[in-house]
Write a protein that binds this ligand. Structure first.
Ligand code: GDP
Length: 298
């Protein structure tokens, strides 16, 4: 919790400190109060629509309780944020190997996140395979191989420019043959050929599903918190193409734009499973909405 709280220092500066100011300067939760609060949310990178939604939730709660004293506001906000971050998880029957497809724009931290997830799974005693589905960048394949060796995972790749769906298919074969518990599949993130990329991801998903029942069991979008509003538009784009199951948000440490996580949860209702608080293996942490709301507001 301490690490989370420290990592959120700049985001807190954006949100908690401004809320302190808001509560200090208003005697009642009236129109002027809400207007100033709205401004805080917009400045904190929540996005317009999520801001409107959150305001509606809070105003409704306040209206129903008849509470007008701002002294209770922080507590109300913390409770509502915790609730937003706790969507019902879809629990699916998994026929091993569990297949996790990792999606995201280049540079968001996809490769290192795969390494961190693989490391976690290894520590849990699972047999892990990492597959290099980003065949667009040779460097991405090399980098992933280094990580796979480091975390003790089996690695599967074909050459640069190989068909990513073929890589996925063959990697699946290998994971089954080796008796792996889990397979992480890296995918390309070249947004400059957006339409092609979305078609490629859909094809990979189809091929995996045909090869292994239920696969991919999880489609995970990795987002970079420092990109603020871009993270919201990336969620929309990828969710429309491949139906995401969950979100991992990296680089929450040192950014003032952590508020975007609230926007993503509100707008898409997708569970945030892990957050990145640094570059080290252990800096990928399971996300707890309650802890996050508490760390953010205190
Ligand atoms: P990819 O292009 O999406 O595969 O991105 P990489 O995995 O290569 O990561 C890009 C950079 O972001 C690397 O220098 C990582 O160490 C760094 N990075 C990834 N996650 C985090 C995080 O949670 N916090 C910080 N500070 N850096 C991160």
């Amino acid at each position: 919790f301490l690490k989370l709280s420290e990592s959120l220092a700049k985001t807190k500066e954006q949100i908690a400190r401004r809320i302190d100011g808001l509560l200090g300067s208003h005697k009642v939760m009236d129109a002027a109060f809400w207007e100033e609060f709205e401004e805080i949310l917009i400045m904190a990178d929540l996005g317009y629509e999520p801001t409107a939604k959150l305001l509606e939730i809070l105003k409704d709660r306040v209206r129903k309780s008849g509470e007008t004293d701002p002294a209770r506001f922080r507590e109300i906000l913390r409770e509502e944020l915790s609730a937003i971050f706790t969507p019902q998880k879809t629990i699916r029957a998994v026929n091993p190997p569990e297949v996790v497809m990792i999606i995201g724009v280049n540079g968001v931290g996809k490769t290192t996140t795969i390494a961190k997830l693989a490391h976690r799974a290894s520590l849990q005693g699972k047999k892990v395979l990492i597959a290099a589905g980003d065949t667009f960048r040779a460097a991405a394949i090399d980098q992933l191989k280094i990580w796979a060796d480091r975390v003790g995972a089996i690695f599967y790749a074909k050459g640069e420019n190989a068909d990513p769906a073929a890589v996925a298919y063959e990697a699946m074969d290998r994971a089954i043959a080796e008796g792996c518990d889990i397979m992480f599949l890296d995918t390309a993130g070249r947004l400059h050929t957006k339409a092609n990329l979305m078609e490629e991801l859909k094809k990979i998903k189809r091929v995996l599903g045909k090869k292994h029942p239920g696969a991919p069991h999880r489609c995970v979008l990795v987002l970079d918190a420092t990109t603020g509003q871009n993270a919201l538009s990336q969620t929309k784009l990828f969710n429309e193409a491949v139906d995401l199951d969950e979100i991992i948000l990296t680089k929450l440490d040192g950014t003032a734009k952590g508020g975007v996580i609230v926007g993503i949860a509100l707008e898409y209702g997708l569970p945030i499973t892990f957050i990145g608080l640094g570059e080290k293996m252990e800096d990928l942490r399971p996300f707890s909405g309650q802890d996050f709301a508490l760390a953010l507001l205190t």
